[in-house]
Design a binder for this molecule. Structure first.
Ligand SMILES: [Zn+2]
Length: 120
């Protein structure tokens, strides 16, 4: 991968990072409430529970997403970005453009998903 491609992916990852971080702000929460119709009402204990749940979900997902992006940025710095961490093959550009934070090629990803489904 040349430096021009690396820069492209770095920009892509930084944009994704910003999107992920915005997910946890008040506007993001409001969107969720609008979609689920669980509008927060502080006098309602059930709503408070929902608020806690939604916040927890968003925070968890956001955390995971941000961590994956940070790992991918680290791989760019180390020069190992774009290589599958399971089999060592180059991850296709098509896949990287859709999932720039991925560390697995499509074959290994599918195999892991299959293993996971079997285990569950
Ligand atoms: Zn692989």
């Amino acid at each position: 991968m040349n430096s021009r491609q690396m820069n492209r992916y770095r920009t892509l990852l930084v944009n994704r990072m910003n999107e992920s971080l915005n997910l946890g702000n008040e506007e993001g929460l409001k969107k969720i409430y609008d979609a689920t119709e669980h509008l927060p009402d502080v006098s309602d204990f059930a709503s408070l529970e929902t608020l806690r749940e939604v916040t927890y979900i968003i925070t968890g997902k956001r955390k995971q997403s941000v961590r994956e992006i940070q790992d991918a940025l680290t791989r760019i710095e180390k020069g190992s970005f774009g290589r599958c961490e399971a089999c060592g093959h180059q991850i296709s550009e098509k896949r990287l453009l859709v999932y720039p934070a991925t560390n697995l090629c499509i074959r290994c990803k599918k195999r892991r998903e299959k293993e996971h489904n079997t285990a569950a």
